[in-house]
Design a protein around this ligand. Structure first.
Ligand code: SF4
Length: 572
């Protein structure tokens, strides 16, 4: 036998009618609805004749139970106050606008149903076999899946409450989250989802069906009813714009929006102690990396916010003319070059621009050891504002001529030189970077400035130079490097550095970084050998996948211990 199972019509009669038509056309002999008849759209009463007219066999969801009892809230099980604020708003509307006769009808529905169909034991639930409002997410740990399947004991379980469709076998049990009809699945599609199950001779097979329907009519109906604009926007775009805090990291990363804008000032304020805390990029408001007019939307993407700046780091190579004793990525003349070829780099720049990155930081090792560094910088700086991180010691010959040509061609501010100077005099700098390096770096700074290129300087604070920061700042100011162009940052315990500040992926704001070894959480952890904890994915992983991995890991870390990430910015 073939059956059609839907969930969560949420006051969307347009989608419910489409479900009946589509499921019948696919040969479904029985139709089921797993509850939550109200909760997002405006026309709850309009569902009743559709359900009864088509003989849809219903169980009650938590929403239906709440409406029937006229409870003060929907009992959806949200835990965040911002999620609850939106849930309460629509519940109050729905309670007021649902006839008591329909609510009473909801109240007499069973909250679960067991059937034998086609030789299969089928358990229809709203949340899960554990609870009416349990969120049965696909990303739950394996033992959580097994716990729910075992609590039922059926061969087939269908559920809906989490709102996102998936299916998988858990042991011998086929579990199908049929999704919801009331709103899209946070996947950028306007279609909603339901499931068709074939149950024959004791075997079960399910297909999740994307359902096209008159979404424009539903959005118009919601706007006419005065429901919040972001609700209608979800119908129109396929992206969830409310109730995002309930989503686990994997499901949250898959959507477009992850954070309530209102969460940024308090819950997402970076803790003190990180260098650059005062200069993290914007908060995702307005336009820019996130695109579009966002002022009226309560949520923003993590990417493009201060907690995931749209700044891409690229390691052109890992070998270096220096062998600093605190190099965070273990570079030296002996380090394996792991160079990214120019063609690959150029493709990466195009990909970065397409993915919404607004700045490019080109680093190493020493990028001026890359044979095609001038070509690389020329291509990059024509497409994205580009910062070159260099020890500034190799500006001579062919490279210097190339840099001079780039300086002439580059639009103002599109190519910036950033270097490191670890003291106001040679001894303190050379103590960690090698004899003679201070003098050469100072020469390089003057050369870059004389070409007309903006120069920024970062100073890594060490026991040797901590008394010199003021002196170094005054010295650099004489060269025109002052204000935000000069920053002091703490030493890190990474790479070959034996001491300094520990930064971890779970506690440090991500800055997506690409090297020949793959994608990394942060540029200070881009050496896969000494920082395997920062490696996100192998070579060739698309930046879109990298953004998603970062987002998922960010929220997983946040959920693990509730701590908030801190910035450690390598960028000046
Ligand atoms: S800290 Fe910079 S200059 Fe020193 S070895 Fe590492 S990459 Fe080279």
């Amino acid at each position: 036998m073939r059956i059609g199972v839907c969930g969560g019509p949420y006051g969307n009669p347009y989608a419910l009618r489409a479900f009946v038509t589509d499921a019948r056309a696919r040969g479904c002999q029985r139709l089921y609805c797993l509850g939550d008849l109200g909760g997002f759209g405006a026309e709850v009463d309009a569902l009743w004749p559709v359900l009864t007219g088509a003989g849809v066999e219903c169980i009650a969801g938590n929403y239906d139970v709440a409406l029937a009892r006229a409870d003060p809230d929907c009992g959806c099980g949200y835990r965040d106050p911002r999620d609850n604020e939106f849930a309460q708003l629509i519940y109050d509307y729905t309670l007021t606008h649902t006839s008591r006769a329909f609510a009473a009808w909801m109240g007499q529905l069973p909250t679960q149903r067991r059937e034998h169909i086609g030789g299969c034991s089928v358990h229809l639930v709203h949340g899960s076999p554990l609870a009416l409002n349990d969120f049965w997410w696909e990303s739950l740990p394996e033992d959580e899946h097994r716990l729910r399947a075992a609590a039922s004991g059926a061969g087939v379980i269908c559920c809906t409450h989490s709102g996102l469709p998936w299916q998988r076998r858990i042991g011998h049990t086929l579990v199908v989250n049929v999704g919801v009809l009331g709103k899209p699945a946070n996947d950028g599609r306007r279609e909603v989802w339901y499931a068709v199950l074939d149950l024959d001779a004791g075997s079960a097979r399910a297909e999740l069906v994307p359902l096209a329907y008159d979404w424009a009519a539903q959005a118009t109906s919601m706007r006419r009813a005065g429901l919040p604009g972001p609700f209608a926007e979800t119908i129109e775009t396929g992206w969830w714009t409310t109730c995002v805090e309930i989503l686990p990291p994997a499901e949250r990363a898959a959507g477009r929006f992850q954070l309530y804008r209102s969460a940024l000032p308090e819950a997402f304020r970076p803790a003190g102690g990180g260098w650059g805390a005062g200069t993290a990029s914007g908060t995702g408001s307005g336009t820019g990396a996130n695109g579009g007019d966002e002022a009226g939307r309560p949520v923003i993407p993590l990417f493009g916010s201060a907690y995931f700046p749209p700044r891409l780091w690229v390691y052109t190579n890992f070998h270096c003319n220096l062998a600093c004793d605190y190099c965070a990525v273990a570079s030296s003349p002996k380090a394996a070059p792991r160079a990214i070829p120019a063609g690959q780099f150029q493709a990466l720049v195009d990909e970065a621009a397409g993915e919404g990155f607004t700045e490019l930081y080109v680093t190493g090792g020493e990028p001026f050891l890359h044979p095609d560094i001038i070509e690389i910088l020329g291509y990059a700086s024509q497409r994205l504002p580009t910062v070159l991180l260099t020890n500034a010691m190799l500006f001579r010959g062919r490279r210097l001529a190339g840099l001079a040509a780039l300086a002439k061609q580059a639009r103002p501010g599109t190519l910036i030189i950033q270097t490191s100077l670890d003291g106001a005099r040679p001894q303190t700098h050379d103590a960690h970077r090698g004899h003679g390096s201070w003098v050469k770096t100072m020469d390089g700074i003057r050369q870059a400035a004389s070409l007309g290129l903006p120069v920024r300087v970062g100073m890594t604070e060490t026991p040797q130079n901590s008394a010199e920061t003021g002196e170094a700042a005054r010295m650099l100011a004489c060269l025109g490097i002052e204000g935000e162009a000069f920053a002091v940052r703490p030493l890190l315990r990474r790479g070959v550095s034996a001491g300094g500040l520990d930064i971890e992926p779970g506690t440090t704001i991500p800055e997506l970084t690409v090297s020949a070894d793959g994608l990394h959480w942060h540029p200070a952890g881009a050496d896969a050998v000494t920082s395997p904890d920062m490696l996100l994915a192998g070579p060739g992983t698309p930046l879109a996948a990298g953004k998603r991995l970062v987002t998922e890991r960010f929220f997983a870390a946040r959920l693990a211990d509730g701590s908030l990430p801190r910035p450690y910015r390598c960028a000046v």
